[in-house]
Design a protein around this ligand. Structure first.
Ligand code: FAD
Length: 397
């Protein structure tokens, strides 16, 4: 969970980070306690106020659910499928939701609602449903990346990885392979290795380890080589960044909106999706404060402005890959060139390293990297040589 998402969760559920940390989640300084490697350089580690949360998805969802259910006006209906919103054609508005309970075959009930929020994720059927009702579908923007990765859990000892809680080796030319090792509750590491556009990570023990060895830095390989595996090696495929432009629609039903991944789902390697969903919760709260009439239009406009930045970060970075298709505007090319230079300077510069991670953690906007004081630091830093980086030793034959 990026720092911005954690801040918002904390605002919505005060004390949640400490509660999860007490159960074993790792609550740490994103700049100081994680190794970030990209463009052949490590970002300099330094103490910062940027605090991220490392934990498994079930633990996070369990913690949020527990706090949510303590609210007097929240009730949870479990084991149901949302079938489709109920639409009142005459009033042009949604008045409820048709729901099917898992336990009762053939039984469909209607729940009345002032507002229905589609939070069914990337596979949302809202666009098709709108079309069936005679509304226009939102324009879909996709950037195909064919990211495939394998993940495995290992037993974690705190002295491993030089006491750091994670290492993220980004994909960059010419290898385009990436890896991440992140602590989580239960004294575990979660380790993901992957590549773009059909690059396959082997699913067997020896192949997985060998792939780790070919990453540009040795930390992941050296940590897992002798670590105790706690799970099988699990595959995951992510085809494309996907954005649905609901904010462009001129007609939209009252009493209905889409949210989270149903609006936009990003390449997961940048870890942005949950943070964007959290910030959208705050936007939705503000929009509700101004009344329910016309809420979708207001929400979509603000959510779209929010999504613009992480979308630029994810798609802009993915477009560095020469085989990823999409428009490489002069701005995208300049930013990618500049970020590579920034990494080189930030090897020795904690101000630059912190500023970069503030942007990547969505607590600052990208122009903060182009501020003249930052640009000067980048220029000065590039007059010094790149620090040497170790690679993992080849196995003895
Ligand atoms: C492999 C992977 C790793 C990721 N890692 C990170 C990360 O490190 N950090 C980060 O911030 N983001 C990460 N993300 C992105 C993040 O998971 C999503 O952005 C986030 O979960 C979106 O939340 P959501 O509530 O919109 O959708 P989802 O989390 O997808 O939730 C949708 C829910 O709706 C339910 N549902 C769907 N249809 C129906 C229906 N008809 N009736 C009832 N229920 C239904 C689904 O079962 C699901 O529980 C990752 C994504 C993937 C795929």
């Amino acid at each position: 969970m990026l720092a911005r998402g954690r801040e918002v969760l904390e605002e919505l559920f005060p004390g949640l980070s400490a509660e999860l940390a007490a159960e074993g989640a790792v609550y740490g300084d994103v700049v100081d306690q994680v190794l970030w490697f990209n463009h052949g350089c490590y970002l300099r580690n330094a103490p910062s106020k940027l605090l991220g949360l490392l934990l498994s998805r079930p633990m996070l969802e369990g913690g949020v659910r527990r706090r949510l259910l303590k609210l007097d006006n929240v009730r949870l209906r479990e084991r149901c499928d949302a079938l489709e919103p109920v639409f009142d054609r005459e009033r042009g508005r949604v008045t409820g939701l048709r729901v099917k309970r898992h336990a009762i075959a053939e039984h469909v009930e209607t729940m009345n609602a002032d507002i229905v929020v589609d939070a069914t994720g990337r596979g949302s059927q809202s666009a098709a449903w709108l079309e069936r009702l005679g509304y226009a579908k939102p324009r879909e923007e996709t950037v195909r990346i064919g990211v495939g990765y394998m993940t495995r859990l290992y037993r974690r000892r705190p002295e491993q990885l030089n006491g750091k809680v994670g290492a993220i080796i980004a994909a960059y030319p010419p290898g385009w392979r990436f890896g991440a090792i992140l602590a989580q509750e239960g004294e575990r590491w979660t380790v993901s290795l992957g590549g773009y556009l059909g690059e396959q990570v082997p699913g067997d023990e020896a192949g997985f380890l060998e792939f780790a060895r070919t990453l540009p830095t040795p930390e992941i390989f050296e940590t897992i080589r002798n670590a105790e595996p706690l799970s099988p090696i699990m595959p995951y495929q992510f085809s494309a960044n996907l954005r649905r432009h609901y904010e462009e629609l001129s007609r939209f039903p009252e009493g209905f909106l889409a949210y989270g991944d149903a609006l936009c789902s990003f390449n997961p390697v940048y870890g942005q999706g949950m943070t964007v969903a959290c910030v959208e919760a705050v936007i939705l709260r503000e929009c509700l404060g101004a009344g329910a009439q016309g809420i979708a239009r207001r929400f979509f406009r603000k959510a779209s402005a929010l999504i613009d930045i992480p979308w630029q970060i994810a798609v802009g970075s993915d477009l560095q890959h020469p085989r990823v298709q999409g428009k490489r505007s002069a701005q995208v090319r300049f930013i990618n060139w500049y970020i590579a230079k920034l990494f080189r300077a930030a090897q020795r510069d904690d101000v630059l390293a912190t500023r970069f991670l503030e942007v990547a953690n969505l607590t600052q906007q990208p122009p903060a990297l182009l501020d003249p004081r930052m640009a000067l630091r980048v220029w000065k830093g590039n007059r010094r040589p790149i620090q040497a980086v170790r690679t993992a030793a080849a196995p003895q034959l």
